[in-house]
Design a binder for this molecule. Sequence first.
Ligand SMILES: Cc1cc2nc3c(=O)[nH]c(=O)nc-3n(C[C@H](O)[C@H](O)[C@H](O)COP(=O)(O)O)c2cc1C
Length: 346
Amino acid sequence: MTSIQRFLNLELPVLQAPMAGAQGSALAVAVSNAGGLGALPGAMLDAAALRAELSAIQAGTQGPYNVNFFCHRPPAADAGREAVWRAVLAPFYRELGIDPGRIQPGPGRSPFTAEMADVLAEFEPPVVSFHFGLPAEELLRRVKAWGAKVLSSATTVEEARWLERHGADAIIAQGAEAGGHRGMFLSADASTQVGTFALVPQVVAAVSVPVVAAGGIADARGVAAALALGAAGVQVGTAYLLCPEATTGPVHRAALRSEAARRTALTNVFTGRPARGIVNRLMEELGPMRPEAPEFPLANAAVAPLRAAAEAQGRGDFSPLWAGQNVEGCREIPAVEVTRSLASRT
Ligand SMILES: Cc1cc2nc3c(=O)[nH]c(=O)nc-3n(C[C@H](O)[C@H](O)[C@H](O)COP(=O)(O)O)c2cc1C
């Protein structure tokens, strides 16, 4: 047994990565019932949806589970920047016959709030994880009050030390291979971002809490390698995206099954923050990183109608196709099989 298994009361050292927009309670339940740590992403849920999803998890599994939130500071809307961003996207609006004057504020991503903490307190989840740092001290204290173990992602040694100092009970070392948003919160400089193989042993040396490796881990050999580097467990996202329990949309599933999935990049054009996804038309034609993109998560609103129009035609040209650099583990098999297969050498 590794320290994370003892600490989180897990049969297997496998944590399913929370993946906002690609899964809900069904995947979390399946992974927790398989002996791993299932996770519910909270970033795109309102309080009522969070309550419904937590009820489904408690009804579906006796095992431990994780609830995950973002903790960015919501930016003030900036009309000037929004206008510049829409001008960048104007040729695409023209092509798809979209009137940019009718764009609604997009489906945002909310940070952890007192309202969400109230809902969590009704359920007392055993594990709560954060992305982009940690919430305000008072909110963190509330989560810890019922004994929840708190995890957060670090993308550098400096972030890992900061998280340990500010109360994280375990640290997810998120290598640059990882799919979805970079958890980076102390620096926006891409040169600070290193691969999982380089990051994990350095974080293990720098902190005394358990370290969980994330990014590019897709099979039992990857898990064994992470444990050999000193990790106490792994967090895996991409390998679960084709499971029937995931809610990954059709264009995203098609892209993951295609050769295109072997080419990913970090891009800020979908949300305003760097995230890794399969290179598609929007990333290719704008370039993946654009200084004009409004601050996270505001960039999303102006892209959303393009995404909807293209998806209605079965195309993922304007969709965020989040995926890590290793898609070898993506199979259309139940999450219990993915989980057991990942843990088969431990
Ligand atoms: C589709 C997708 C959505 C993600 N959404 C979240 C999220 O909501 N919260 C979070 O902490 N991490 C999120 N991540 C990042 C994961 O926590 C994790 O770092 C990553 O999946 C690990 O790398 P891998 O995808 O190569 O396994 C997401 C990743 C993917 C692929």
